[in-house]
Write a new protein. Structure first.
Lengths: 740, 139
């Protein structure tokens, strides 16, 4: 802002020069050497303070409540007087600037005279108008735009981006016809119609006419017209924007946007398509900006870095070109209002690991559908993107749309605690999303693990209580045994595409089972309905055949040790847990027709389990448990409350067991049984501490079993990887060489 | 933190070279120039191997008393050379790789700009900013 202008207007006041100097000092103008906007506002407030008779201090601005507006007497210039008159007549300047607005265009119309005078005048009168704005609100009145106009103003507070960017139409007028520009200003003023006369815009595309026009008009005239038209344009824009809140200077108005869209159509008729880089380069080169600046504009506006411009990107680029042409400095980063809208920001925000993944994936595809001509949508979706886009100077679309399955997958991943086998299990996790809850439960039951057991223990008193948790436990479990392809239940498909099929037999495991039952008996890790730890196969079918747990006891299947079965019910007593588990298993097995295959391993498992229990449990405990068995048995039925689940579990376990490798099957069977038994435990929690201790022991045993399983699977994994490497090497040798 | 970063075109002329100003820049320019021989040597050492088999990251080109020079070559034979201060307690290989990856990404962004003619000096502000962020912070 020009100091002389301010001083001139202030001169006419009652205050004298000393006051003025004091004010200037207070607001910092003397320090800066010019009046920036804030300096100006403060100066005006101080003037008002001084005029009201308050001591001249910075604090007085804030403390004095009802500060009357400073009075500026009009200078000799009739424009200013006219303006001052209009200003003073406008008692309330709070929100309406209509009274303020007329002067600039009027002034513009009148002035055909010297430019410098013109330049000063608008500013001066604008200065006078300023008192309204800072005190009332920082709403800019149109005439203040020339203040910030670097090209034409005398002050150095350039690049003031707070100013709303005036309609670019008038900005092009220097390149169009000056006369039409001025007339446009008039029309703009009178009609408040959209400033950009289309003919002026078109001139941008036609290089020859603009160049000739440029040469025709001296710079001063250009200045004049631009000042005028800028004022008028800003007027129109301001009017339009009066109702809106404080404006973002980079906001694109509707008519601007419409113009950009039309220009876009001339290059690329499909609004959802891209403008290739070469076409855009030609187009923007016509604007006669230096290549370096165009390059920078491109960097800012090509949001997804794909070398092509979508509609949004094109509008942003065009807007930046317009701004640059009018003297605004290019920002270092793309302003918010110009950023293209990316969809699925919410999803990206929810998912924890979005920045790491997916750098640019899908963003070009997203841009077209996200295009919306209306700015508000652009702005409102922006804040979420802001933080993520802050980290790079050129903003990369960090939040990426997630497909629903991916989101779900990530949720599953988040649910999982162990992430050792994150990758292998991620495909696994995709499938769980498809599963029904039942399946999850089935799988959980099936794959009892130390973890799952513990969870099952702590989770609830009912089977159904924490399916989710169990599901997550299952996934966790799966992650442990992640490399085992067929190990997992149908719900999650094998993590690998079965390279290990060479290892895992694709035989009918049922057959295998039946065939190898004998062997299984020896080597099988127990498949107890209850906890039986696997490391006890050696303990095997021995003495405690009767032990095979109550479950077996209730079983009526003919198994290898049928004679044991009838006895078992009596021995259901040994451990309440066993009872419960067994009863659970019994339920399942009773309901299932095909248990024969399972019976044996289960029985064996239970044998070993029971043997183990025998080994561990005190005789006293057993007696106690025996005594309490009847109660337990009755209670045992309670856990069976959700019979369908155990049944299904059993089915699942059978299905899964069949295709598995022997040991896997056995292990999983054990796990299933273990898990089956676990849920029942909480029910009988009311029992002794010993029961808890026993279960703890059992859990530890299952832990060791699982650890062993894990190591075995790891070994398998290594072998498989070696195979893969060898195959790759062979492939490399066989592949014909291509030249560098 | 790198002491000097250079982007060299296929024809072995520099597209972009920048070093921390405190030292004699000419020394760095010379180091980068000599490192080009090593880069060529490494590329040719791949022999008949497939192009895609060839690692983009070349690793340590040669160490001097004060500095280590790392190299990276793109598929279009544009070389990125980075000089790192030896006293800087060993930057891990991973970090160097990630720095090169960032450089490479920025370079491709520059390439994507239709206003950039391949072969021109790189004058992109964004690229400058990125390089500055990687340069050693020396008061």
């Amino acid at each position: 802002m020009a100091e002389p202008a301010v001083l001139t207007s202030a001169d006419d006041q009652s205050t004298d020069m000393t006051f003025l100097f004091g004010i200037m000092e207070l607001c910092g103008a003397t320090r800066l050497g010019y009046f920036g906007r804030s300096q100006f506002y403060i100066a005006l407030k101080l003037v008002a303070v001084a005029q009201s008779g308050f001591p001249l201090r910075v604090e007085s601005i804030n403390t004095v409540k009802d500060l009357p507006l400073p009075r500026f007497v009009a200078s000799k210039n009739e424009q200013e007087s006219r303006h001052a008159a209009s200003y003073s007549s406008d008692s309330e300047n709070q929100g309406s600037y209509s009274g303020v607005i007329p002067p600039p265009p009027g002034r513009g119309q009148v002035k055909k005279g010297s430019i410098s005078h013109d330049a000063v005048q608008p500013r001066a009168s604008a200065d006078q108008q300023e008192p309204a704005s800072p005190i009332v609100s920082p709403q800019q009145s149109p005439p203040t735009s020339p203040h910030t106009w670097r090209k034409h103003n005398r002050h150095s507070s350039g690049g003031n981006n707070e100013r709303p960017l005036a309609g670019p139409g008038p900005f092009w007028s220097p390149f169009g016809e000056a006369q039409s520009g001025s007339s446009a200003g008039d029309t703009v003023w009178s009609g408040h119609s959209p400033p950009p006369p289309q003919e002026n815009w078109v001139s941008f595309a036609d290089t020859p006419p603009t160049s000739t026009l440029l040469t025709m008009h001296p710079a001063s005239v250009q200045d004049q017209t631009t000042v005028r038209t800028v004022a008028s344009a800003t007027t129109a824009n301001e009017i339009r924007r009066q109702s809106s809140s404080y404006d973002d200077p980079w906001k694109i108005t509707d008519e601007q946007r419409q113009y950009y869209i039309n220009q876009f159509k001339t290059i690329q008729p499909d609004l959802n398509g891209f403008i290739p880089g070469s076409a855009a380069k030609e187009f923007f080169t016509k604007s006669k900006l230096p290549i370096l600046e165009l390059s920078h504009i491109w960097e800012l506006s090509d949001f997804d870095k794909d070398g092509a411009l979508t509609l949004d990107e094109f509008c942003a680029a065009f807007h930046l070109v317009v701004a640059r042409k009018n003297g605004y400095d290019l920002p270092e980063k793309l302003p918010e209002s110009l950023m293209p809208k990316l969809i699925d920001l919410e999803d990206a925000a929810d998912v924890g690991d979005q920045p790491g993944e997916v750098g640019y994936s899908g963003s070009p595809a997203e841009a077209p559908p996200s295009k919306s001509p209306s700015m508000p949508s652009l702005n409102q979706t922006w804040p979420e993107l802001n933080q993520s886009s802050e980290d790079t100077a050129i903003v990369h679309p960090v939040p990426i749309r997630m497909t629903p399955s991916k989101i779900h997958m990530q949720e599953m991943e988040l649910k999982r605690t162990s992430s050792d086998h994150t990758n292998p299990t991620s495909p696994l996790l995709v499938k769980p999303s498809d599963l029904s809850e039942e399946n999850k439960i089935n799988s959980t039951v099936k794959f009892a693990s130390g973890n799952t057991v513990a969870d099952g223990y702590s989770s609830s008193d009912s089977f159904t209580s924490d399916p989710e948790q169990i599901g997550s436990n299952v996934t966790r479990q799966r992650s442990h045994s992640g490399t085992s392809p067929d190990n997992i239940a149908p719900p999650p498909p094998p993590p690998r595409p079965q390279p290990s099929h060479s290892r895992s037999s694709s035989l009918d495991m049922n057959r295998t089972f039946t065939v190898t039952t004998g062997q299984q008996q020896a080597g099988v890790v127990a498949h107890p309905p209850a906890v039986p730890p696997r490391p006890q196969p050696s303990q095997a079918p021995g003495p405690v055949a009767h032990r095979p747990v109550d479950a077996d006891g209730l079983m009526t299947h003919t198994s290898t040790s049928p004679q044991q079965i009838p006895e078992q019910p009596n021995f259901a007593d040994f451990s309440q847990f066993e009872v419960l588990a067994a009863s659970n298993v019994n339920e399942e097995q009773d309901d299932e027709a095909e248990k024969h295959a399972e019976v044996l391993p289960v029985e064996k498992a239970s044998d070993s389990a029971s043997s183990l229990r025998v080994a561990k449990a005190d005789s006293k405990t057993e007696e106690k448990t025996a005594a309490s068995v009847p109660a337990n048995v009755s209670k045992g039925t309670a856990p069976l409350a959700p019979p369908p689940k155990p049944v299904r579990r059993r089915l699942k376990s059978e299905d899964e067991l069949r295709p598995d490798v022997d040991e896997h099957t056995q292990k999983t069977g054990v796990l299933a049984a273990v898990l089956a038994s676990q849920p029942s435990i909480p029910r009988s929690v009311g029992k002794d501490k010993k029961a808890i201790q026993a279960s703890i022991r059992r859990n530890k045993e299952t832990n060791t079993v699982l650890a062993r399983l894990n190591s075995e699977l790891q070994q398998q994994l290594k072998d498989v990887l070696e195979e893969r490497i060898s195959l790759e090497v062979q492939l490399e040798q066989l592949r014909p060489f291509s030249h560098l | 933190m790198a002491v000097c970063i250079a982007v060299i075109a296929k024809e072995n002329y520099p597209l972009y070279i920048r070093s921390t100003p405190m030292e004699n820049e000419l020394k760095f320019h010379y180091m980068v120039h000599t490192s080009l021989d090593v880069v060529d040597e490494k590329i040719s050492a791949m022999g008949k191997a497939l192009v895609d088999q060839r690692e983009l990251y070349l690793g340590l080109l040669y160490p001097t008393e004060d500095y280590k020079v790392y190299g990276f070559v793109t598929n279009s034979k544009v070389k990125l050379v980075m000089v790192v201060d030896s006293s800087n307690t060993a930057l891990r290989d991973n970090e160097i790789r990630s720095m090169f990856r960032k450089l490479h990404n920025s370079y491709t962004d520059v390439m994507c700009n239709p206003f950039y003619n391949p072969g021109d000096r790189i004058q992109s502000r964004a690229f400058d900013n990125m390089v500055t962020s990687m340069m050693i912070q020396v008061c």
